[in-house]
Ligand binder design. Structure first.
Ligand code: ADE
Ligand code: ZN
Length: 336
């Protein structure tokens, strides 16, 4: 590892863009398939990994939704979450705001209670084990309709006080944010935070819709906002956090190679960019692998900014953010 990558690896950080279903490693997939008596169409973990070649977002989503089929019980969701938190803690993640896709599970007959209670169990254990705090973000699948999103929100009502916010993910093209205007308005009424994937494959106008129609607090990806200078200025002036995912962008051909990644340009434009792993089991690495991939393009000061942005863009309260920023400063001072 280069010195800068080593420095980044030890920085205290928050992860703000992580699909818990996307942290399902092939080894756990096989273990859960055996536990639940489910057949999977691969002979071994190497075959699974060999299938992870994608030319766009939809290629990935097709295999990702199939992988999630092994998740059936509350214990499965607990084990899934804990496996992620153990990895994140090893990467000096202090806080994680994790996405989950309830519709992927409820459509298969898995109860909402099994999904949420399992994740909450894993989150509580991660705090005990590692001091790692976390929050849940309930994502709506944008390829499904608004009515399905509304009934999903309704089904999650008993756990509303344990959910930080709602998000929007899955196939972006052809499913503009405005399709979910009313369900996001309901989230506002319920006091939930709002985030949305926009500008990963979709045009800059989808980012504008996410801001104006969905009233987002944070933008997931946002790469294609860089095509519109007035939008970049708007995002920078408002201090909107962008949850950027370099290895995801590489694996889904959002960028042709890692050196072409816009992370440096984003920081130079004054955007509150953060670094995240998205679906680490599918894209070749966890958060520090993402830092390692982009470190050659960045300065030490950029890396500190990225770590600071992860807390500034989080849903932590002011006291927790201040404490985390002080921890980053102390780390930087101790690693001149
Ligand atoms: N679901 C999981 N990962 C995703 C991504 N990168 N974009 C959209 N939906 C997703
Ligand atoms: Zn994502």
């Amino acid at each position: 590892m280069t010195d800068l990558a080593t420095f980044a690896a030890g920085l205290p950080k928050a992860e703000l863009h992580l699909h818990i279903e996307g942290s399902l490693e092939p080894e756990l997939m096989f273990a859960l398939a055996a536990r639940n008596g489910i057949a999977i169409p691969f002979a071994n973990v190497d075959e699974v990994r060999a299938a992870y070649e994608f030319s766009n977002l939809q290629d990935f989503l097709d295999i990702y939704y199939r992988g999630a089929d092994v998740l059936r019980t509350q214990a499965d969701f607990r084990d899934l979450a804990l496996a992620y938190f153990d990895r994140a803690a090893a990467d000096t993640v202090r806080h994680a705001e994790i996405f989950f896709d309830p519709q992927t599970h409820t459509a298969r007959g898995v109860p909402m209670a099994a999904v949420i209670e399992g994740l909450l169990e894993g989150m509580a254990e991660a705090e005990t084990r590692h001091g790692l705090t976390s929050r849940l973000i309930l994502c709506f699948l944008r390829h499904l309709d608004e009515a399905d999103a509304f009934s999903t929100l309704e089904a999650a009502m008993p756990w509303l006080d344990r959910i930080a916010g709602v998000g929007l993910d899955s196939s972006e093209m052809g499913h503009p944010p405005e399709k979910f205007a009313r369900v996001f308005a309901r989230a506002v009424d319920l006091g939930l935070a709002r985030v949305a994937h926009a500008g990963e494959e979709g045009p800059p106008d989808y980012v504008v819709q996410a801001l104006d129609v969905l009233k987002i607090d944070r933008l997931d990806h946002g790469n294609r906002a860089m095509e519109d200078p007035s939008l970049v200025t708007r995002l920078a002036r408002s201090g909107m956090a962008l949850t950027v995912c370099p290895l995801s962008n590489l694996k889904l051909c959002v960028v042709p190679h890692i050196d072409a990644h816009p992370i440096r340009a984003m920081l130079a434009a004054g955007l509150r960019a953060t670094v995240n792993s998205d679906d680490p089991a599918y894209f070749g690495g966890y958060i520090n692998d993402n830092f390692r991939a982009i470190a050659p393009q960045l300065s030490r000061a950029d890396l500190v900014t990225l770590a600071r942005n992860s807390f500034l863009g989080s849903f932590l309260d002011d006291a927790a953010v201040t404490a985390a920023l002080a921890e980053i400063d102390a780390y930087a001072a101790a690693h001149p």
